[in-house]
Design a protein around this ligand. Structure first.
Ligand code: ADP
Length: 345
């Protein structure tokens, strides 16, 4: 029997508990209420001539993808149950948490080489190919490599990670779930990606990671107005991330918070992935003295905001939001937590 957890940078967890079986079958149950029906799936272990393919229910695709892209084998049959405290679809990476918990579980059944970067990349591949979401690497990296009391600076080009201390007891992180999810076409993320790829091409760069604000301004007329704004968000966000990492290292939380708000405004105006509820949550949060900054998190159009504040004002900020926000928010007051691991037997 193995139990694996993938902790977010937040103390929200996905736990997979299970044991091997010897008839080559895999049976998985999720207890997550928000997952589509049925909550139990059964299928044969994959082989070279019979690989797994995505299907229904959709939630099982994340797990099937991880099994298919697992970096060792042969994988035995198994029974597993998945439980989570991460809200599904709230922008807190429940999907990455599910993938990483599944991968960590597989590691107990059939060891791989233990390479953390490759583990995160295999989980990302599962999401690309089985869930059809061309996501980046941040969520999987933090789920695999998050460290207690630390934020993680991730270089998406070199795949280098640098833990940055964030353990001042006077500081807390308040996650506010707007509990709003705007139903959109589902193509928003791929569209943004395409626009950024187009912008990079127009700038003569492989990716926007290689472009500077000067490059963008110099070639502004080669870009459509929308692609220009998408690129301006990405390039300025990379600059803000570098500055934010420095601010954290210097204990300059004022600056870190200011960069969070600038990031939110850029996501709202240039990348256009926010919504009135998230904008309202940010504006209300920063009204309280002792709140350093706030921004939306996750894919946008609903979900959560993340607010950096002094621990002493956390309750007051919650109350203030509750009184002024038009919806029914839920809160988590958190500290950065460790990434995935195996629970003691
Ligand atoms: P998030 O921001 O939470 O990652 P996504 O829309 O990317 O949002 O992923 C949410 C989807 O992931 C859910 O709709 C469900 O299919 C799947 N999922 C996440 N966690 C679980 C779980 N514990 N059990 C079953 N499915 C899950």
């Amino acid at each position: 029997m193995y139990s694996c957890v993938s902790l977010q940078a937040l103390p929200l967890i996905t736990v997979t508990v299970g044991s091997p079986r010897d008839d080559g079958k895999i049976c998985i149950v999720t207890t997550a209420q928000g997952a589509d029906e049925p909550h139990k799936v059964e299928f044969e272990t994959p082989s070279v001539d019979r690989p797994l393919t995505p299907g229904t229910p959709k939630w099982a695709n994340y797990v099937k993808g991880v099994i298919q892209h697992y970096r060792a084998g042969p994988i035995p049959g198994f029974n597993a149950v998945i439980a989570t405290s991460v809200p599904l679809g709230g922008g807190l990476s429940s999907s990455a948490s599910l993938e990483v918990a599944s991968y960590t579980f597989m590691q107990q059944l059939c060891q791989d080489d233990g390479d953390l970067v490759q583990k995160a990349l295999a989980c990302q591949k599962a999401e690309h190919t089985f869930a059809g979401v061309p996501c980046g690497i941040m969520d999987q990296f933090i789920s695999v490599m998050g460290r207690e009391g630390h934020a993680l600076l991730i270089d998406c080009r070199s795949l280098e990670v640098k833990p940055l201390p964030l353990k001042d007891p006077k500081l807390s992180v308040l996650i506010t779930n707007s509990n709003v999810r705007h139903e959109l076409t589902g193509s928003e993320y791929p569209t943004r990606r395409k626009q950024c790829e187009e912008a990079a091409k127009a700038l003569g760069k492989l990716t926007l990671r290689d472009a500077s604000m000067e490059d963008l301004e110099a070639k502004k007329e080669n870009l459509s107005e929308v692609c220009y704004r998408r690129a301006r968000h990405v390039i300025s966000e990379i600059e803000r991330t570098t500055k934010a990492a420095e601010a954290l290292e210097n204990g300059n939380y004022q600056l870190f918070g200011k960069l969070m708000v600038e990031s939110h405004n850029s996501l709202r105006d240039d990348y256009e992935v926010s919504c009135p509820e998230l904008d309202e949550l940010v504006s209300i949060a920063v009204e309280i003295p002792g709140v350093y900054g706030s921004r939306m998190t996750g894919g946008g159009f609903g979900g959560c905001t993340v607010t950096l504040l002094e621990t002493s004002v956390a309750e007051r900020t919650k109350q203030h939001i509750q009184e002024k926000f038009r919806g029914s928010p839920t809160f988590y007051i958190t500290k950065p937590s460790a990434g995935s691991g195996v629970l003691p037997k």
